[in-house]
Design a protein around this ligand. Structure first.
Ligand code: IFM
Length: 453
């Protein structure tokens, strides 16, 4: 193993040539303009209108107003020296009813964004689905309807034809585990279902949509680099309590494996196959398991699992051991586990890895009179994880790039605007953007480790 590198602001990580440094965002969390230029409603627009679902009754209606301020956001990316930018397309902005007539003004918006990025040499990476399903499709059963595979394929075709001449890096889905567990099992997010049959249908149909989406992108985007983004974390029994050990296997199946295993290995985990079998038709696995160019890993920290008979799958999030490292949001923090996870994903799936999200949230940070935030906690988190990633690379993990979550403070789903993940502060009254200490640090890190590719 190569020696590492005392943490300092000018950290030299000794990464392979061609390594890219990026930032990630998602459509509903930053765009705003939910009622403008013909955009249709998404399930999150509907959900945010429900009473007591989102902290302080907030919504993504305005968010970071990125729809109008994308030019300023591209300038920010440039000032920070960021080489690659991952964003998602809002499906209902380009297809207001989810299928049928496209919305030219919505398509134009992403043209402007992509062209603006390319003009300043930033590599765009499009994620097709970051949870904002068109409400019109949800009204037809959404992901519980097997037709969702075809809806997704048609949407992928529309945007691949439109942007595939300029955008080469594409992902089908972001964190299918989170959206299906929270939406179809734990009743936290749309469509608020807790029925097991709906959960298994949604899982299988999203897997089918992924495989079909990959085929569509492969056939329409010349020189495409295609992947999928998964939130995989190491799992331990709550507070290392042996009684909760059975929850670890459950969480590994449903959080970590139920999507990547069929997509990359061509099989569902043995522990859930009998539950999902009723929804599998002949040929489905070969539709799901399509060749990929990379694995997108979103890593935040270890998960602690507990047995919970009150929910259908029988497990839930448990508590981390007292006194262990955690963020201001009480998320478990352990950079060594990041290194282990990268090595594990490398060996299990044997694909180049991009870290497509890594970041640290807070509900406590305060800006000074100039809007500046001295976010030491985030800076330390990012630095420790950058070192852990480099160690994983030096031990053999094929990691090709890193995208911080997130460029901007944004709409953090059920937590509204009270949880902030940005390296750039957004004042939501004025929409003023101010890079935080972590953004300055990230810019220095990129400068010290950049490779022109
Ligand atoms: O904000 C989310 C993002 O949408 C998906 N990954 C985790 C982030 C932080 O919670």
């Amino acid at each position: 193993m190569k020696a590492i590198i005392t943490p300092s602001s000018m950290l030299n990580l000794d990464l392979p040539s061609g390594f890219i440094w990026g930032a990630s965002t998602s459509s509903y969390q930053i765009e705003g303009a939910t009622n403008q230029d013909g955009r249709g409603a998404s399930v999150w627009d509907t959900f945010c209108k429900m009473k007591d679902r989102i902290a302080n009754g907030q919504s993504g209606d305005e968010a970071c107003d990125h729809y109008h301020r994308y030019g300023e956001d591209i300038r920010l990316l440039t000032e920070l020296g960021i080489q690659a930018y991952r964003f998602s397309i809002a499906w209902p902005r380009v297809l207001p009813h989810g299928r049928g007539a496209p919305n030219e003004k919505g398509l134009d918006f992403y043209d402007r964004l992509i062209d603006g990025l390319l003009e300043v040499g930033i590599d765009p990476c499009i994620c097709l689905y970051h949870w904002d399903l068109p409400q019109a499709l949800a009204d037809l059963g959404g992901w519980t309807n097997r037709d969702s595979r075809g809806w997704f394929a048609d949407y992928a075709m529309l945007v691949a034809r439109r942007y595939g001449d300029r955008v080469k890096r594409w992902a089908t889905f972001n964190e299918q585990n989170v959206s299906t567990l929270c939406g179809f099992q734990w009743g936290w997010s749309p469509p608020l279902s807790t029925e097991l049959s709906n959960y298994y249908k949604a899982v299988h149909h999203q897997n089918l949509a992924h495989g079909t989406g990959i085929d569509v992108l492969r056939s329409l985007v010349p020189n495409a680099s295609l992947g999928v983004i998964h939130n995989c974390q190491p799992v331990f029994a709550q507070q290392y309590d042996i009684d909760h050990q059975p929850a670890v296997e459950l969480m590994n199946t449903h959080w970590n494996q139920i999507f990547p295993d069929p997509q990359i290995l061509g099989v569902y985990p043995a522990s859930c196959i009998s539950d999902i079998e009723p929804y599998i038709m002949a040929g489905d696995l070969s539709l799901i398991c399509r060749p990929l160019d990379w694995f997108g890993l979103n890593y935040y920290g270890p998960l602690w699992a507990k047995i919970d008979p009150s929910c259908g799958l029988g497990f839930h999030f448990g508590a981390f051991p007292e006194g262990s490292r955690h963020s201001e949001l009480n998320w478990s923090v352990d950079p060594e586990q990041f290194k282990q996870e990268l090595l594990y994903i490398h060996h299990r799936y044997n694909l180049p890895i991009y870290v497509t999200e890594n970041g640290c949230g807070s509900e406590k940070e305060q800006a000074d009179d100039n809007g500046f935030v001295q976010d030491e906690h985030r800076l330390n988190y990012l630095q420790d994880h950058a070192v852990a990633m480099a160690e994983a690379v030096h031990e053999g993990a094929d990691v090709r790039g890193y995208y911080v979550w997130s460029l901007l403070d944004n709409f953090e789903w059920n937590a509204g605007y009270q949880s902030r993940f940005g390296i750039v502060r957004v004042d939501f009254d004025t929409q003023r953007r101010t890079p935080k200490a972590s953004a300055r640090w990230y810019a220095e890190l990129i400068e010290a480790n950049r490779d022109e590719y």
